[in-house]
Design a protein around this ligand. Structure first.
Ligand code: C2E
Ligand code: CA
Ligand code: CA
Ligand code: CA
Length: 279
C-alpha cells in the first residue's frame, strides 16, 4: 500500500512541480522588478460617446522582464496579490499615473481623467486613503482627474470596512468606478451602499447578443437604471463599430476598446494628444 501511494504521488508530482516552479520563478523575479525599473504603464484612451471626445485613459501595468520579455498582468497580478507585493507595486502605479497625467495636462492644456486599477489588498490597507491624498498633493493632480477602479469582489470582501474606506476616498474628491461589472455577483441595488460614480461594463456583458434584440433591451434598461442611481456607464472591450452603435443607442456614456484605441506607451499617447483630433 505504501508503494502504491508513492507511485500515485510520483505520477502527479512532475506536473505540479513544473507549475509551482514556474510560479516561483516569476515570484522571485517579481520581487526586485520594482527596484530595477522593469515596470511601465501603458494607457488606453476612453471616449465620451457623445461627440467622441477623449475623456481620459486607463493606466495598465506592463512588466518588461529581462529574460522573458513582456509579461502580461494576467500572469503576474495574481502572484503580486497573493504575496502582498501588489501593495508596493500599486503605490508605484498610482504615483506614476498621477505624475504623468499631471504633466500631459500641462503640456496639452486640456483636462483628462486617469483610471488606476486597485486590488482588494491595497484597499484593505488602513492608510490607503492617506496615501492617495499624499500622491495627489505630491503630483499636483486635481482630485477630480483621478479615478480608482475597484472590482466587485474587492467590494464584497468586508462590506462595512470597504464602505467606510470608499467614503474616506470620496472625501478627497476623486472618482470611484466598479470594474468588470457583470462578472461578479452584486447587483445594482447592492452597489448603492457605496459612493460609486461609474460602472464599467465588462465586455462579456455587451457581447451576449442572441440576435433578436433582447440584449439591447437589457443593456438599455441597465443603463437607464444606473443613470437613475446617479452612475455613469462605461463599456469596455469595444471591438467593432456595430457594438459602438449599439452602445450609443443604449445611451451608454463612454466606451473603451481596441476599435477605438489600444493601450499604448506614453510617447504614443503624447502623439495622440498632440494631433489636431486628439482633443
Ligand atoms: P482590466 O482592468 O479589465 O483591463 C482591461 C483589459 O482589457 C486590459 O488588459 C486591456 O488591454 C484589455 N482590452 C482593452 N480593450 C480591449 C478590447 O477591445 N478587447 C479585448 N479583448 N481586450 C481589451 P491587460 O492590460 O492585459 O490587463 C489585464 C488585467 O490586469 C486588467 O483588467 C486588470 O485587472 C489587471 N491590471 C492591469 N494593470 C493593473 C494595475 O496597475 N494594478 C492592478 N491591480 N491590476 C492591473
Ligand atoms: Ca480596469
Ligand atoms: Ca475591466
Ligand atoms: Ca477584466
Amino acid at each position: 500500500a505504501k508503494d502504491a501511494g508513492r507511485n500515485r504521488y510520483r505520477l502527479f508530482e512532475p506536473a505540479m512541480t513544473v507549475a509551482t516552479q514556474e510560479r516561483m520563478a516569476l515570484e522571485v523575479s517579481l520581487r526586485p522588478a520594482l527596484a530595477r525599473g522593469e515596470f511601465e504603464l501603458h494607457y488606453q484612451p476612453r471616449y465620451a460617446l457623445d461627440g467622441m471626445r477623449l475623456f481620459g485613459v486607463e493606466a495598465l501595468i506592463r512588466w518588461n522582464h529581462p529574460q522573458r520579455g513582456q509579461v502580461s498582468p494576467q500572469q503576474f497580478i495574481g502572484i503580486a496579490e497573493e504575496t502582498g507585493l501588489i501593495v508596493e507595486i500599486g503605490r508605484w502605479v498610482m504615483e506614476e499615473a498621477c505624475a504623468r497625467t499631471r504633466r500631459l495636462m500641462d503640456e496639452h492644456g486640456h483636462s483628462m481623467v486617469v483610471s488606476v486599477n486597485v486590488s482588494a489588498r491595497q484597499l484593505a490597507q488602513a492608510g490607503f486613503a492617506d496615501e492617495v491624498r499624499a500622491v495627489l498633493a505630491r503630483t499636483g493632480l486635481p482630485p477630480g482627474c483621478l479615478e480608482l477602479e475597484l472590482t466587485e469582489s474587492a467590494l464584497i470582501e468586508d462590506i462595512e470596512r470597504t464602505a467606510s474606506m470608499l467614503r474616506e476616498l470620496k472625501l478627497l474628491g476623486i472618482r470611484l468606478a466598479v470594474d468588470d461589472f457583470g462578472t461578479g455577483y452584486s447587483g445594482l441595488a447592492y452597489l448603492r451602499r457605496f459612493p460609486i460614480d461609474v460602472l464599467k461594463l465588462d465586455r462579456s456583458f455587451v457581447l451576449q447578443d442572441d440576435g433578436n434584440g433582447s440584449t439591447f433591451d437589457f443593456v438599455k434598461a441597465f443603463v437607464d437604471l444606473a443613470h437613475a442611481l446617479g452612475m455613469a456607464v462605461v463599456a469596455e472591450g469595444v471591438e467593432t463599430g456595430d457594438v459602438l452603435d449599439f452602445l450609443r443607442a443604449a445611451r451608454c456614456d463612454q466606451a473603451q476598446g481596441y476599435y477605438l484605441a489600444r493601450p499604448m506607451a506614453l510617447d504614443k499617447l503624447e502623439a495622440l494628444l498632440a494631433a489636431p483630433s486628439g482633443s
